[in-house]
Design a protein around this ligand. Structure first.
Ligand code: NAP
Length: 256
């Protein structure tokens, strides 16, 4: 499909994953369109078609979807997860109206295993995609390095770095997730595909020490019991050690 001159629509094309995906698609020679609630900025590559719109209201969706070969749905609002459900319904209805041939959705490893609110919403969005009447592909990935670094930064704000005891994570490079999504978009509807996990499963303690070393910080590390919502990640349902196909480690990412 490299010679397909119909645009690929990326929802969430301004986000962490979406920005990487836009570059990956452009590098592969694919025409790219982005749907965003915001106006275009000078940082957006000239080749990108820009459509202002909002998945919640449906504004701009018919224009965004006109003539696309595939939609890659990366938009999400973890602060108000329920909005993701309304957004998904609006998107599927608009895709049906526009006869979109393929929709690719990015989900998270363990959305059906970890009883955490945002994950439960992501699983319901998967169901909306599966039942939406548009040929689909769904990829589940583990946490992005960027996200893990942001969390660790927040836990290490003070003189002592705090880590929830016994939790592990398997962060992955967002460019590797973007590459897999671009391949899926080019290959056609595939249903639920193999999960994509980062190369290493590490304790949060190990991740924190790696983070502090990369930042040149000498803070003491104190562990605290993983209670409340964190408790739900203790069983490791968000990990995919059997799909540790990502290559760039967290330590390497911190150096980039
Ligand atoms: N972060 C992780 O570790 C991780 C791991 C696995 C999977 N994922 C999934 O990957 C996807 C991308 O995550 P991310 O961290 O890259 O996201 P992000 O940086 O928070 O970006 C969110 C994007 O959603 C768009 N958006 C939100 N509400 C919208 C609406 N009503 N209408 C249109 N666009 C809307 C925003 O666009 P504008 O503000 O420009 O409108 C923005 O581009 C999400 O589905 C997430 O669940 C994330």
């Amino acid at each position: 499909m490299a010679d397909d001159d119909r645009p690929v629509l990326v929802t969430g094309g301004t986000g962490t994953l979406g920005r990487a995906l836009v570059h990956t698609l452009l590098d592969a020679g694919r025409p790219v369109r982005v749907l965003s609630r915001r106006d275009r900025t000078p940082a957006v590559p000239d080749e990108v078609q820009w459509q202002v719109g909002d998945l919640l209201t449906g504004e701009g969706l018919p224009q965004a979807l006109a003539g696309v070969s595939v939609v890659i749905h990366c938009a999400s609002n973890p602060r108000k997860p329920d909005e993701d459900l309304d957004a998904a319904v609006q998107l599927m209805l608009a895709c049906r109206a526009a006869n979109v041939p393929h929709l690719v959705y990015i989900s998270i490893v363990g959305v059906d295993a970890v009883p955490f609110g945002y994950y439960q919403v992501k699983r319901r969005v998967e169901e909306i995609v599966e039942d939406g009447g548009i040929p689909w592909s769904i990829l589940r990935a583990t946490q992005f390095h960027d996200f893990v670094a942001t969390l660790l930064g927040a836990l290490a704000k003070g003189p002592v770095a705090l880590v929830p005891r016994g939790l592990r994570d398997q962060p992955v490079d967002v460019r590797e997730v973007a590459a897999r999504l671009a391949t899926l978009a080019a290959s056609g509807p595939a249903g639920r595909v193999e999960d994509l996990g980062g190369p290493q499963v590490l304790t949060v303690d190990e991740l924190m020490r790696t983070y502090l070393a990369a930042k040149g910080r000498h803070a003491r590390v104190w562990s605290f019991p993983a209670l409340g919502p964190l408790k739900r990640f203790r069983d490791g349902g968000h990990l995919a050690p059997e799909h540790a196909t990502g290559r760039l480690t967290f330590a390497e990412w911190l150096q980039h």
